[in-house]
Design a protein around this ligand. Structure first.
Ligand SMILES: [Cu+2]
Length: 282
C-alpha cells in the first residue's frame, strides 16, 4: 500500500500520509510536553514555579482548543473531498476506453470474466497499463472482499448483489490480489496474481487466451463453483455471455405469472443439493 503502482493507490497513499502527519502534529507535542513536565516539575527541582492554587490559564485554553479544532476541520474537509473523489464507484477520468472485468468470488478462488473479449480466467487477472479497469463484482455464496493493495481500494463481493470498483495500473508488473474479508477454511489460499502489461502484450494475452482448449459453460461453472483450495490459474477461450448475470440473479425470487422482476435468464440453480431446487423456472 505504501508502494502503489496506480493512480488511485498513489492518491490513497498521499491521503494516509497526510492524515498521519496531521495527527502526529498533536501526538508528538503532547508526548514531548508530558516528558518535559515530568522533568521540569520533579520534586528535586526547586527552581520551577510552585503554584498550589493554580486553576486557570487562558493561553493554555486557547492552545488546547484551537489546534485540535483547526486539525479536525482540515481533516473533515480533506476526508469529505476524498471520499467523493476516491469513491470506488466513480469512473476514472481517462481518454483511454476502460476494460471491463466481471469478478465472481467463489469458495475459494476468483473468476474473472472479460465480457468485451468473451474470455475468462480463474485466479489470474491480466490488465493493460494506463487503462481504467471497470470491475463489476459479485459472489457465488459467502461475502468476500476484492483487494489489490498496490492499485488501491478494496470492495466487497456479495451474493445476489453487484458492486463496482474502478482501478488503474500505471506501471507494468505483477501485483498480489487477495480476499481481505475472512470467508472460511479456504480463505488463506484465496490469492491471485494481477499481471499489468502494455497494451500490445495485453492484446497478445487475449489472443493466447482465445487459443485455450477450455470453455466455460453453465455446467462448467457449476463444477468450478464447488469449494476448493489452491486452484491453479486457468484461462478459458470462451465463456457463457450471460454467466455473470445468471450468478447475480441466482438468488432472485422468481416472479409470479404476469409479473416482471429481476432477470428472465434461466436460473443457475438447481444445484444437485441446492435447497431451492424446487423453484419454478421461467
Ligand atoms: Cu425483484
Amino acid at each position: 500500500m505504501f508502494d502503489p503502482k496506480g493512480d488511485i493507490g498513489m492518491q490513497e497513499r498521499h491521503l494516509i500520509l497526510l492524515s498521519l502527519g496531521l495527527m502526529l502534529m498533536v501526538v508528538i507535542p503532547v508526548i514531548a510536553l508530558t516528558l518535559f513536565f515530568f522533568w521540569r516539575y520533579r520534586a528535586t527541582n526547586t527552581k520551577a514555579t510552585y503554584a498550589p492554587t493554580w486553576a486557570h490559564s487562558t493561553p493554555i485554553e486557547i492552545v488546547v482548543w484551537t489546534i485540535p479544532c483547526v486539525i479536525v476541520a482540515f481533516l473533515g474537509v480533506l476526508i469529505w473531498r476524498t471520499t467523493h473523489s476516491l469513491d470506488p464507484y466513480r469512473p476514472l477520468d481517462s481518454h483511454v476506453a476502460p476494460v471491463r472485468v466481471q469478478v465472481v468470488a467463489l469458495n475459494w478462488k476468483w473468476l474473472f470474466i472479460y465480457p468485451d473479449y468473451g474470455i475468462a480466467a480463474v485466479n489470474q487477472l491480466v490488465i493493460p497499463t494506463g487503462t481504467p479497469i471497470d470491475f463489476e463484482l459479485t459472489a457465488d455464496s459467502i461475502m468476500n472482499s476484492f483487494f489489490i493493495p498496490r492499485l488501491g481500494s478494496q470492495v466487497y463481493a456479495m451474493a445476489g448483489m453487484q458492486t463496482q470498483l474502478h482501478l488503474i495500473a500505471d506501471v507494468p508488473g505483477v501485483y498480489a490480489g487477495q480476499s481481505s474479508a475472512y470467508s472460511g477454511s479456504g480463505f488463506s489460499d484465496m490469492h491471485f496474481q494481477t499481471k499489468a502489461m502494455s497494451n500490445i502484450e495485453f492484446r497478445q494475452w487475449v489472443q493466447q487466451a482465445k487459443a485455450s482448449p477450455l470453455k466455460l459453460s453453465r455446467d462448467g461453472y457449476r463444477a468450478l463453483a464447488q469449494p476448493s483450495n489452491g486452484y491453479a490459474p486457468t484461462v478459458y477461450a470462451a465463456v457463457d455471455p450471460s454467466l455473470f448475470q445468471a450468478v447475480l440473479n441466482q438468488y432472485m425470487t422468481m416472479p409470479k405469472a404476469g409479473e416482471f422482476c429481476g432477470s428472465v435468464l434461466p436460473s443457475l440453480r438447481p444445484l444437485p443439493s441446492a435447497p431451492r431446487a424446487n423453484l419454478p423456472h421461467l
